[in-house]
Design a protein around this ligand. Sequence first.
Ligand SMILES: C=CC1=C(C)c2cc3[nH]c(cc4nc(cc5[nH]c(cc1n2)c(C)c5CCC(=O)O)C(CCC(=O)O)=C4C)c(C)c3C=C
Ligand SMILES: [Fe+2]
Ligand SMILES: [Fe+2]
Length: 388
Amino acid sequence: MSRVGVLLLNLGGPDKLEDVGPFLYNLFSDPEIIRLPFRWLQKPLAWFIASRRTKTSQANYKQIGGGSPLRRITEAQGEALKQKLGDLGQEVNIYVGMRYWHPYTEEAIAQIAQDKIEQLVILPLYPQFSISTSGSSFRLLEKLWREQPELQPTDYTVIPSWYKQPSYLQVMAELIAQELDQCPNPDEAHIFFSAHGVPKSYVEEAGDPYEQEIEECTALIMQTLNRPNLYTLAYQSRVGPVEWLQPYTEDALQQLGAQGVKDLVVVPISFVSEHIETLQEIDIEYREIAEDVGIHNFRRAAAPNTHPVFIQALAELVIESVEKPSFKLSQAAQMKKKVKMYPQENWEWGMTTSAEVWNGRIAMLGFIALMIELVTGHGLLHLIGLLQ
Ligand SMILES: C=CC1=C(C)c2cc3[nH]c(cc4nc(cc5[nH]c(cc1n2)c(C)c5CCC(=O)O)C(CCC(=O)O)=C4C)c(C)c3C=C
Ligand SMILES: [Fe+2]
Ligand SMILES: [Fe+2]
């Protein structure tokens, strides 16, 4: 029997307040998070935005105990999954690969090679695909294995997205029902799906399937729940002044308040663990907005975390993917053929470095323009909304 490993991909989060600055720098250095026409601009801009955001972000992390619970929860999910798969007769090693903080994806793949894993299942802990999340992690894996082919396991398979998985839909429905049943009139409470947003251009220009997968997922959860409640889908956590997917959570809450909604169950939909956007943004910021507009019974469905039905869902995904023919990172790219990844690379998944096309003179002029803009606060990046 071959040695099987499961690589859980996740975003990562700062463990303590001092980590917030470097974590934000890593995040904004990712061209799948800030899409710029020039690669050389990425690092200076990441440094600039991270420095400006660190204080606010630290204040938010302070409100949830001084750090992200993401590592702890992801590792607990991994432990529970290993146990569950063992019970089902499938012995596996579990690895956690975070995109922007420890334990980094680089560390995970080094360990996978050291453990001589022959068959690897790559499972992103994002139910829906986005260029900015699973796409970014897949791209990193491709790059790492291209640079160090000796680290690549003999066989691997990717699960690109899994929002239709029946046990996942079931756990989401159960978590919502639990909150509805605490309301005075359970059928009258409004269900409010709050998905993490992405800039609108990701969907409209780069072909990110994220919005469509979120909409489909929401409808499937409502079908599984099978209750008569009205529901809304909105997008949270907008960063910067460019347009993101709409409606924005804060606007939708105000609208529902104005319509006289009193009981609300918020459902975080794009992430499977508690993190800063659930514990701080929803539980503190959005609750305050809701209460101000008269929504007095504001409840939130818990994230699936280590709920046994959720762990069952992950186990089913792994078992199915081991049995099926393997699905490669290049196929994940092909499947999303219209998905444009790095803008610097001519909007393709491949590694053609178009940066070389830009001659030194243009780069130097651009660099001077950036420096002037950072000092004066005026210029093209402010105009197109990349700087505030
Ligand atoms: C499916 C989930 C997520 C999508 C899509 C996503 C896109 C996205 N995020 C930013 C900017 C930030 N994200 C930050 C934290 C953060 N993001 C997600 C998930 C998605 N992001 C999670 C789970 C977390 C939190 C990790 C934790 O610490 O618990 C942050 C840092 C926090 C803050 O300062 O608010 C930023 C910044 C962009 C720009 C983007 C799409 C382009
Ligand atoms: Fe984010
Ligand atoms: Fe946020």
